[in-house]
Design a protein around this ligand. Structure first.
Ligand SMILES: Cc1cc2nc3c(=O)[nH]c(=O)nc-3n(C[C@H](O)[C@H](O)[C@H](O)COP(=O)(O)OP(=O)(O)OC[C@H]3O[C@@H](n4cnc5c(N)ncnc54)[C@H](O)[C@@H]3O)c2cc1C
Length: 296
C-alpha cells in the first residue's frame, strides 16, 4: 500500500454564482475549494472526505482587488502573487504584500489564495498577522445575505473559524490607512525557500496626533499562539512614549512575553520565543525608519 494513496473520489462543482451554493453546503457533505493547496493535501491525508467539492473562485468578484476612499477590498480568491505584485497593495499595505510574497514558492503563490489562507486557520498562516495588524473585516455570504466579521473574531482556534456550514468567505476589507503609514512583515522559516513560518511578525505604524507619542504602532505575531496574536501592551508603550532605541527594545520584550509557542517539528518553543524578540525589534525598527523617512 502507498504511504499516500492519493485523492479519494469526489464530485466537483464549479460555481459561477452564489445562487445554490449555500443550499449545496447545507445539504451535501461538501467542502469549499479555492486554490486547493490546503484542501487537496488534507483530502489526500484523510482529514476531509467530502462527497462534493464546491469551487467558488469563479463567482464574480472573488478574484478582484479594488481600491476606494474607504480602503482596499480583496476578493477571497485573490492569489498571493496577485496581492504581492499589486502596486497599490505594495505602496499602501506593505505588510500584506510582504506576507503574501513570503508564502511558499512562486508556483504555490499562483494557486494559494488570501481567503484560503485565512479560512484554513493554521496558526502559522503567513497572512494572518498582517490581516490582524491591518484590522481587516471579513465578508461572508450566507443564505440570508452577507455579514461582516472583524478578523480578531474570525479564527476560533487552529483549523476553526466562525464560517457557518452554509456560508463562505467572499472578501476581505482593509480600512484605508493614514497617509504615510509604514508596515512590514518579517518571517523566519527553517529555510528561505518555501517553508512554513516558525515566527512571523507584522507591524503597521502611522502618525497619530491623538497618541501621546504622536505615533501608533500595531503589532501582530504568527506561529507562536493558536491564533495570530496582537500585543496590546507593546502597542500602548509605543503610543505613550516616542519611539527610541530603549522603548523599541522594551516593546520587543513585551512581544516575547506575550508569545505562547509550543515545541514542534519546526522549532522548539524557547527558540521561537527568543526569535519573537529579535524579529519584533527588527520589524519595529524598520517601520520606525520608514516613518522617519516619510516625515522628511
Ligand atoms: C508546499 C506548500 C507550502 C506552503 N507554504 C505556506 C507558507 O509558506 N505560508 C502559509 O501561510 N501557507 C503555506 N501553505 C499553505 C497554503 O498554501 C495556504 O494556506 C493557502 O493560502 C491556502 O489557500 P488555497 O486557496 O489553496 O485554499 P484551499 O486549499 O482551497 O482552502 C483552504 C481551506 O479553506 C476552505 N475554504 C476554501 N474556500 C473557502 C471560502 N470561500 N470560504 C470558507 N472556506 C473556504 C477549504 O475548504 C479549506 O478547508 C503551503 C502549502 C503547501 C502545499
Amino acid at each position: 500500500m502507498l504511504a499516500r494513496p492519493g485523492l479519494p473520489q469526489f464530485e466537483y462543482v464549479r460555481a459561477t454564482t452564489s445562487v445554490g451554493v449555500h443550499d449545496l453546503l447545507s445539504t451535501a457533505n461538501a467542502r469549499l475549494l479555492m486554490g486547493g493547496t490546503d484542501l487537496f493535501t488534507q483530502m489526500r491525508d484523510g482529514v476531509w472526505r467530502p462527497r462534493v467539492v464546491v469551487d467558488v473562485k469563479h463567482i464574480p468578484g472573488m478574484q478582484d482587488i479594488t481600491m476606494d476612499p474607504g480602503g482596499l477590498t480583496v476578493g477571497a480568491a485573490v492569489t498571493m502573487n496577485q496581492l504581492a505584485r499589486h502596486p497599490a497593495v505594495q505602496r499602501l499595505y506593505p505588510a500584506l504584500a510582504q506576507a503574501a510574497s513570503s508564502v511558499g514558492s512562486f508556483q504555490l503563490r499562483n494557486r494559494a489564495t488570501l481567503g484560503g489562507n485565512l479560512c484554513n486557520a493554521s496558526p502559522c498562516a503567513d497572512t494572518a498577522p498582517a490581516v490582524a495588524a491591518l484590522e481587516a473585516i471579513l465578508v461572508l455570504s450566507g443564505p440570508a445575505g452577507q455579514r461582516e466579521t472583524p478578523f480578531y473574531d474570525f479564527v476560533l482556534g487552529p483549523g476553526r473559524t466562525v464560517v457557518g456550514t452554509d456560508e463562505f468567505l467572499i472578501g476581505i476589507r482593509f480600512p484605508a490607512q493614514p497617509a504615510g503609514s509604514a508596515g512590514c512583515y518579517l518571517k523566519l522559516g527553517r529555510s528561505r525557500m518555501g517553508d512554513l513560518s516558525v515566527v512571523g511578525v507584522a507591524v503597521v505604524a502611522f502618525r497619530d496626533l491623538a497618541a501621546r507619542s504622536g505615533y501608533r504602532f500595531r503589532l501582530a505575531l504568527g506561529s507562536v499562539a493558536p491564533v495570530a496574536l496582537r500585543v496590546p501592551a507593546a502597542e500602548s508603550l509605543l503610543a505613550a512614549e516616542p519611539p527610541h532605541e530603549t522603548n523599541l527594545a522594551a516593546a520587543a520584550d513585551l512581544a516575547m512575553h506575550a508569545a505562547v509557542p509550543i515545541s514542534d517539528v519546526r522549532a522548539t518553543a524557547i527558540y521561537q520565543t527568543l526569535m519573537v524578540r529579535t524579529l519584533t525589534l527588527r520589524a519595529l525598527e524598520s517601520a520606525w525608519a520608514q516613518l522617519q523617512g516619510a516625515g522628511r
